[in-house]
Design a protein around this ligand. Structure first.
Ligand SMILES: *[C@@H]1O[C@H](CO)[C@@H](O)[C@H](O)[C@H]1NC(C)=O
Ligand SMILES: *[C@@H]1O[C@H](CO)[C@@H](O)[C@H](O)[C@H]1NC(C)=O
Ligand SMILES: *[C@@H]1O[C@H](CO)[C@@H](O)[C@H](O)[C@H]1NC(C)=O
Ligand SMILES: *[C@@H]1O[C@H](CO)[C@@H](O)[C@H](O)[C@H]1NC(C)=O
Length: 474
């Protein structure tokens, strides 16, 4: 019979196709498109997925699900593989097209869009406004995020939406809500995968009462989750996590990827963190710095109470508790020492925090127990020029925004000189800084549903850029 004779040929073809598909799925990093990079990158920090030699396809071994699925199927094998590869290649093709469009925008110093553009970013606050604009256009046009369905609230699929970790819940909720243009309908159309894990909720619910600071329980919860999704679906394994992300504002979030035997899993994961301390493993080229936003109740943005620049009698303002080394030095040197430097730990009852920010030229934003401070967003909203007093802090959206144009960055060792440094800023320079603060304000506004160029879109854009910089497939 003809079918008997064609058996060996069929087998050889099958093996060949299997081999082909496995090699197609191997992970090829290192397609840094040098888009908006170089960003502030510390020399030793670049040993990420993006530059590391691929170990695949050995990891995606012959026991991999794709092999199994293929063999189980009754439809012609070649067609099946083509379908899966077709989808996968389409994703990569999509990203390649986006890169091309961005490069073109950089070259031509203008954008291309098939719809009316409501806002055109221009000016020195952007590292490259053409690249950013086009990249934002491409993101809106193409970017699809798949959120795994596994897991139940409150540890999964829900996070805090108010107070200082609130941005964590908003990112997750926005991307899971039906209204988001980024929501993928099927994982095969996704450019990226979100792990809907809330570190803040895990800490809140599993560490209650709080009798230990040991991270084991947190790590186990996250590892269990990735175990489940990596066994159930092919997506995690095929990229070794490089097209997956997890967003958290909680201080403990970086610890889930602390190097431990067997935890190398997380070295490619895109971590979207408020606690963006480059001295503690935060990698600017791979990870995303998430702005910390103190969301008060249901009020997404604080009221705008900022005064005109001529009507700001206070040189510098700060009020905040003694959290951490930097604040210790700051309060010790400046609290109650100088009329022009309004520095408090606890603000007296008759004074209003936001009003004071609105009456100050400069607002001090020192690190606390962790590098991030909600004061960055608060001062920008109040039209107060942020003075960032921190070490090793990778500022949010640094790949797009040039913070030196609308803020003052002061390392902790220069705290005693703060007043001199601020006095040295000429009136002209101050007015420029002020205008630019007002200009970048839209990028720090929180809206639900999110709007183009607002803070949620900026966060998603940061993830999009990291994804653009990784090329999967051959
Ligand atoms: C593949 O599966 C077989 C049988 O299930 C098992 O014995 C073997 O260790 C597996 N190989 C790998 C590399 O996982
Ligand atoms: C992904 O890799 C892990 C570890 O190698 C393996 O146990 C798991 O079965 C793989 N998942 C799929 C869907 O093949
Ligand atoms: C930039 O492109 C837009 C639309 O693509 C066009 O309307 C506009 O005139 C262009 N601007 C310049 C300076 O070329
Ligand atoms: C950032 O990390 C370094 C190194 O671990 C640490 O010394 C520093 O205190 C951290 N910064 C903050 C504000 O936690």
């Amino acid at each position: 019979m003809a079918s008997t004779c064609s058996w060996p040929i069929f087998l050889v073809t099958l093996l060949f196709l299997l081999f082909l598909s496995l090699s197609l799925y191997s992970y090829h990093p290192n397609e840094d498109i040098k888009l908006l990079f170089p960003i502030k990158v510390l020399p030793n920090n670049l040993k990420t997925a993006h530059t590391e030699a691929p170990k695949a396809p050995a990891q995606h071994n012959s026991n991999g699900s794709r092999a199994t699925t293929t063999l189980k199927l009754t439809v012609p094998v070649s067609k099946h593989i083509k379908n899966i590869d077709g989808k996968f290649l389409r994703i990569e093709k999509d990203l390649a097209e986006a890169r091309t469009a961005i490069r073109k925008a950089i070259r031509q110093r203008n954008f291309t869009s098939d719809r009316e553009e409501s806002f055109i970013p221009r000016g020195c606050v952007y590292r490259n406004s053409y690249a950013f604009h086009q990249s934002h256009i491409e993101m809106l046009k193409r970017f699809k995020v798949w959120t795994y369905k596994e897991g139940e609230p409150p540890l999964f699929h829900s996070g805090p939406q108010s107070s200082i970790y609130g941005v964590e819940g908003h990112v997750m909720n926005e991307l899971e809500s039906g209204e988001s243009p980024f929501k993928a309908r099927h994982p095969d159309e996704a450019h990226i995968f979100m792990l809907p894990i809330s570190v803040a909720h895990i800490v809140h619910f599993l560490y209650n009462p709080l009798v230990t600071y040991a991270r084991d329980q947190l790590m186990r919860t996250v590892t269990d989750y990735t175990d489940i999704i990596s066994h159930k679906y092919p997506y995690w394994n095929r990229s070794k996590g490089a097209d997956h992300f997890l967003a958290s504002c909680h201080d403990w979030a970086p610890d889930i990827s602390k190097e431990k035997p067997g935890m190398e899993l997380y070295k490619n994961l895109i971590r979207v963190l408020c606690n963006a301390n480059t001295s503690e493993g935060f990698e600017p080229a791979k990870d995303v710095s998430l702005p910390e936003i103190n969301i008060r109740g249901f009020e997404l943005n604080p009221p705008m109470v900022g005064q005109h620049p001529q009507n700001r009698p206070i040189l510098a303002f700060f009020a905040g508790r003694l959290h951490g080394r930097i604040r210790e030095i700051l309060l010790d040197r400046w609290k109650g020492k100088d009329e022009e430097m309004q520095v408090y730990d606890i603000l007296p009852k008759h004074l209003n925090y936001q009003e004071l920010m609105g009456k100050s030229k400069f607002c001090l934003c020192p690190s606390g127990y962790e590098v991030a401070s909600p004061r960055l967003v608060e001062s920008i909203n109040a039209g107060c020029v942020p003075v960032i007093v921190s070490d090793y802090y990778e500022l949010p959206f640094s790949d797009v925004l040039d913070w030196t144009k609308f803020s003052i960055v002061i390392p902790s060792k220069r705290i005693p000189e703060i007043k001199t440094l601020l006095k040295d800023v000429s009136e002209t320079k101050y007015l420029k800084l002020y205008k630019r603060v007002i200009k970048v304000r839209r990028h720090f506004q929180l809206n639900r549903p999110a709007k183009p160029f607002d803070v949620l879109h900026m966060i998603i854009h940061s993830v999009w850029l990291r994804r653009l910089n990784v090329r999967l497939s051959h």
